[in-house]
Design a protein around this ligand. Sequence first.
Ligand code: ATP
Length: 362
Amino acid sequence: MAYLTLKNINKIYPNGFHAVHNFNLEIEKGEFIVFVGPSGCGKSTTLRMIAGLEDITNGDFYINGKRANEMGPREREIAMVFQSYALYPQMTVFDNIAFSLTLHGVDEEIIEDRVKKTAAILGLTDYLDRLPRALSGGQRQRVAIGRAIIRKVGVFLMDEPLSNLDAKQRVTMRSEITQIHRETGASTIYVTHDQTEAMTMADRIVVMKNGYVQQVGTPKEVYFNPRNVFVAGFIGEPPMNFVKRPVQDGKVYLDGQEMDLGRRLGKRISEYEGKEIIVGFRPEFAHPDTGENGQDVYRLFGKVELTEMLGDNANVYMNIGEHRVILKTAPDAIPEMDSVYRFVVPVERVYLFDAETEQVID
Ligand code: ATP
């Protein structure tokens, strides 16, 4: 049985705004789930309903098989880490971490022991006497996490906990959080708008848009088998290239260059004859056309407009007629500006979407 079950959960705010629509998910003990999506898609609202900080308008929520819709936040055995850290500024790191245990009247010796162990996990041993204002952003975030994990609860909820950190700190904390998650054995639900955080941290990702779940899957599933244009474009950096074209004789033409979609879809392409289709391919799946790429590729070319050297690879922005696409190349193989660049995309790496429904055709 799943540890947390959300069945047809909806949130309608008092002003009538329907923020979350029919959210369904089962979360296993020990799973790391990431809710990802653009601002306003309902991630925090869903998290707050799980925490008990926001009423569930309708639907059923179960913790360990027990209906929890009406349970108070404390009863739920859930700890939450907020974006703002929410530390007590006048308390030392020790007292901040100890706070929930002190509140529950736990024995002082036990508190001391648990705070020390928690601080050791988080690398805060040397800072226990300091006040929050004398800590860096990353250290404050660790205190906030320490305060949550000391409670040994079944579920950790984290709402954009890294958004106040700089890029380097975020990378470090990402791996620290996943490691802490593994050590505690609890389930974690982590909210972010950053697809890289979602991809690197999650066991399963829940992609949301406008209050609707778009897809639930492992990082590999949402990357390799996106269900619709939104997921395909949201996961991956730079985003997938999309070109919307009418199908003529089973083919689409990009500035006169032909892509025979029958090679990808087989006979089913006839269903799309005369209709528009969205062709997608990821920047990293394009490779230079060496003439020896085999048969199972689409061959295309375009004019290089801009290149960006990133170190481990480079982005090449190019135009195929009116269509702007981005490709990745090796850093030592960046084409010249304004040159014509020939590339191939493996047939199996081309995604086709129904232009009307934006759902993948598979
Ligand atoms: P962000 O990444 O910006 O935090 P989010 O995906 O977490 O976004 P939510 O905070 O869950 O989004 O908000 C979802 C939608 O509900 C938004 O359109 C928001 O404006 C709306 N909303 C949030 N709180 C309320 C409220 N108390 N009353 C009415 N609408 C609200």
